[in-house]
Design a protein around this ligand. Structure first.
Ligand code: NI
Length: 181
Protein backbone atom coordinates (compact mmCIF):
# COMPACT_ATOMS: atom_id res chain seq x y z
CA UNK A 1 0.00 0.00 0.00
CA UNK A 2 1.34 3.38 -0.95
CA UNK A 3 0.37 6.89 -1.90
CA UNK A 4 1.31 7.38 -5.54
CA UNK A 5 2.47 10.47 -7.40
CA UNK A 6 -0.15 12.06 -9.64
CA UNK A 7 0.75 12.79 -13.26
CA UNK A 8 -0.13 16.34 -14.33
CA UNK A 9 -1.41 17.65 -17.67
CA UNK A 10 1.48 17.68 -20.14
CA UNK A 11 2.88 14.31 -19.04
CA UNK A 12 2.73 11.89 -22.00
CA UNK A 13 1.11 9.11 -19.93
CA UNK A 14 -2.05 11.29 -19.86
CA UNK A 15 -2.07 11.64 -23.67
CA UNK A 16 -1.75 8.01 -24.73
CA UNK A 17 -4.42 5.33 -25.09
CA UNK A 18 -4.03 2.95 -22.13
CA UNK A 19 -3.61 -0.78 -22.69
CA UNK A 20 -6.35 -3.32 -21.88
CA UNK A 21 -5.77 -5.49 -18.80
CA UNK A 22 -5.32 -9.16 -19.74
CA UNK A 23 -6.38 -10.57 -16.35
CA UNK A 24 -8.30 -8.35 -13.88
CA UNK A 25 -7.63 -10.96 -11.15
CA UNK A 26 -3.83 -10.63 -11.41
CA UNK A 27 -2.18 -9.76 -8.08
CA UNK A 28 -0.42 -6.74 -9.59
CA UNK A 29 -3.81 -5.28 -10.60
CA UNK A 30 -5.12 -5.78 -7.05
CA UNK A 31 -1.99 -4.08 -5.71
CA UNK A 32 -2.33 -1.20 -8.17
CA UNK A 33 -5.97 -0.67 -7.17
CA UNK A 34 -5.11 -0.76 -3.45
CA UNK A 35 -2.48 1.94 -4.01
CA UNK A 36 -4.90 3.99 -6.13
CA UNK A 37 -7.50 3.81 -3.34
CA UNK A 38 -4.88 4.94 -0.80
CA UNK A 39 -3.91 7.80 -3.10
CA UNK A 40 -7.50 8.92 -3.70
CA UNK A 41 -8.37 8.70 0.01
CA UNK A 42 -5.31 10.84 0.77
CA UNK A 43 -6.25 13.53 -1.76
CA UNK A 44 -10.01 13.23 -1.36
CA UNK A 45 -11.25 13.10 -4.95
CA UNK A 46 -14.16 11.21 -6.50
CA UNK A 47 -12.22 9.12 -9.01
CA UNK A 48 -8.81 8.18 -10.31
CA UNK A 49 -7.61 6.45 -13.46
CA UNK A 50 -4.42 4.36 -13.62
CA UNK A 51 -2.71 6.69 -16.17
CA UNK A 52 -2.98 9.44 -13.54
CA UNK A 53 -0.55 7.42 -11.41
CA UNK A 54 1.74 6.81 -14.41
CA UNK A 55 0.37 3.31 -15.17
CA UNK A 56 -0.94 3.08 -18.76
CA UNK A 57 -3.59 0.39 -18.10
CA UNK A 58 -7.38 0.48 -18.45
CA UNK A 59 -8.20 0.60 -14.73
CA UNK A 60 -10.29 3.22 -12.90
CA UNK A 61 -11.58 3.64 -9.36
CA UNK A 62 -14.45 5.94 -8.41
CA UNK A 63 -17.21 6.46 -5.90
CA UNK A 64 -20.51 8.30 -6.00
CA UNK A 65 -21.22 10.01 -2.70
CA UNK A 66 -24.77 10.56 -1.46
CA UNK A 67 -24.15 14.32 -1.12
CA UNK A 68 -23.23 14.61 -4.81
CA UNK A 69 -26.17 12.89 -6.48
CA UNK A 70 -28.98 14.92 -8.02
CA UNK A 71 -32.12 13.05 -6.97
CA UNK A 72 -32.52 11.47 -10.41
CA UNK A 73 -33.42 7.80 -9.65
CA UNK A 74 -30.67 6.67 -12.05
CA UNK A 75 -28.05 8.87 -10.34
CA UNK A 76 -27.00 5.91 -8.19
CA UNK A 77 -24.82 6.20 -5.06
CA UNK A 78 -21.84 3.83 -5.13
CA UNK A 79 -19.09 2.93 -2.65
CA UNK A 80 -15.50 2.94 -3.95
CA UNK A 81 -15.44 0.70 -7.00
CA UNK A 82 -12.66 -0.56 -9.26
CA UNK A 83 -13.48 -1.18 -12.89
CA UNK A 84 -11.20 -2.82 -15.46
CA UNK A 85 -11.47 -2.40 -19.26
CA UNK A 86 -14.61 -0.23 -18.98
CA UNK A 87 -16.77 0.97 -21.86
CA UNK A 88 -19.62 3.46 -22.24
CA UNK A 89 -22.73 3.41 -24.41
CA UNK A 90 -24.61 6.75 -24.40
CA UNK A 91 -28.40 6.42 -24.10
CA UNK A 92 -30.26 9.21 -25.85
CA UNK A 93 -28.95 12.45 -27.29
CA UNK A 94 -29.18 14.68 -24.24
CA UNK A 95 -26.10 16.29 -22.71
CA UNK A 96 -25.59 18.11 -19.41
CA UNK A 97 -23.12 20.91 -18.85
CA UNK A 98 -21.19 19.85 -15.78
CA UNK A 99 -18.51 21.56 -13.69
CA UNK A 100 -15.42 19.36 -13.51
CA UNK A 101 -12.01 19.43 -11.96
CA UNK A 102 -9.21 16.89 -12.23
CA UNK A 103 -6.32 15.89 -9.97
CA UNK A 104 -4.09 16.05 -13.07
CA UNK A 105 -5.19 19.64 -13.81
CA UNK A 106 -4.85 21.06 -10.28
CA UNK A 107 -6.47 24.32 -9.22
CA UNK A 108 -8.75 24.64 -12.25
CA UNK A 109 -12.28 23.77 -13.19
CA UNK A 110 -14.38 23.96 -16.31
CA UNK A 111 -17.90 23.33 -17.57
CA UNK A 112 -17.95 20.22 -19.78
CA UNK A 113 -20.81 18.84 -21.89
CA UNK A 114 -21.42 15.18 -20.98
CA UNK A 115 -24.01 12.57 -21.94
CA UNK A 116 -26.85 12.80 -19.43
CA UNK A 117 -27.62 9.08 -19.44
CA UNK A 118 -25.56 6.03 -20.39
CA UNK A 119 -24.84 2.37 -19.86
CA UNK A 120 -21.38 1.34 -18.72
CA UNK A 121 -19.73 -2.01 -18.56
CA UNK A 122 -16.48 -3.36 -17.20
CA UNK A 123 -14.98 -6.08 -15.03
CA UNK A 124 -14.46 -6.10 -11.28
CA UNK A 125 -11.28 -7.46 -9.67
CA UNK A 126 -12.75 -10.97 -9.56
CA UNK A 127 -13.27 -10.83 -13.32
CA UNK A 128 -17.06 -10.56 -12.97
CA UNK A 129 -18.93 -8.35 -15.43
CA UNK A 130 -20.38 -5.10 -14.07
CA UNK A 131 -23.13 -3.30 -15.98
CA UNK A 132 -25.13 -0.24 -14.94
CA UNK A 133 -27.48 2.31 -16.46
CA UNK A 134 -26.84 5.67 -14.78
CA UNK A 135 -27.60 9.35 -15.28
CA UNK A 136 -26.65 12.87 -14.19
CA UNK A 137 -23.69 13.17 -11.77
CA UNK A 138 -22.83 9.43 -11.84
CA UNK A 139 -22.89 9.45 -15.66
CA UNK A 140 -20.68 12.56 -15.83
CA UNK A 141 -18.16 11.12 -13.39
CA UNK A 142 -17.63 7.88 -15.30
CA UNK A 143 -17.28 9.78 -18.60
CA UNK A 144 -14.50 11.87 -17.03
CA UNK A 145 -12.71 8.83 -15.57
CA UNK A 146 -13.04 6.60 -18.64
CA UNK A 147 -11.78 9.45 -20.88
CA UNK A 148 -8.47 9.26 -19.01
CA UNK A 149 -8.01 5.75 -20.49
CA UNK A 150 -8.17 7.22 -23.98
CA UNK A 151 -5.73 10.03 -23.27
CA UNK A 152 -8.46 12.68 -23.00
CA UNK A 153 -8.47 15.33 -20.25
CA UNK A 154 -11.67 17.30 -19.60
CA UNK A 155 -10.46 20.57 -21.22
CA UNK A 156 -10.39 18.68 -24.55
CA UNK A 157 -14.16 18.09 -24.14
CA UNK A 158 -15.00 21.72 -23.41
CA UNK A 159 -16.90 23.80 -25.94
CA UNK A 160 -16.88 27.19 -24.15
CA UNK A 161 -13.55 28.30 -22.71
CA UNK A 162 -15.15 31.30 -21.02
CA UNK A 163 -16.31 28.64 -18.52
CA UNK A 164 -12.76 27.61 -17.57
CA UNK A 165 -10.83 29.08 -14.67
CA UNK A 166 -9.19 28.83 -11.28
CA UNK A 167 -11.30 27.28 -8.51
CA UNK A 168 -11.11 30.32 -6.25
CA UNK A 169 -12.11 32.78 -8.97
CA UNK A 170 -15.02 30.67 -10.20
CA UNK A 171 -16.25 30.22 -6.62
CA UNK A 172 -16.00 33.99 -6.13
CA UNK A 173 -17.54 34.96 -9.48
CA UNK A 174 -19.84 32.07 -10.50
CA UNK A 175 -20.66 32.26 -14.23
CA UNK A 176 -24.37 32.49 -14.94
CA UNK A 177 -24.85 29.23 -16.76
CA UNK A 178 -27.15 26.28 -16.36
CA UNK A 179 -24.53 23.78 -15.21
CA UNK A 180 -24.64 21.06 -12.63
CA UNK A 181 -22.17 21.16 -9.82
NI1 NI B 1 -9.44 13.48 -13.96
Amino acid sequence: MAILKIARMGHPVLRRVADPVADPRAPEIRRLVADMVDTLEDIGGAGLAAPQVHVPLRVVIFRVRAERVTGDPEDVVLPMQALVNPAIEPLGEEKNLRWEGCLSVPGLRGAVPRWRRLRYRGLDLDGNPVERVVAAYHAGLVQHEFDHLDGILYPARMTDFSLFGFNEEIAKYPPEVEAVR
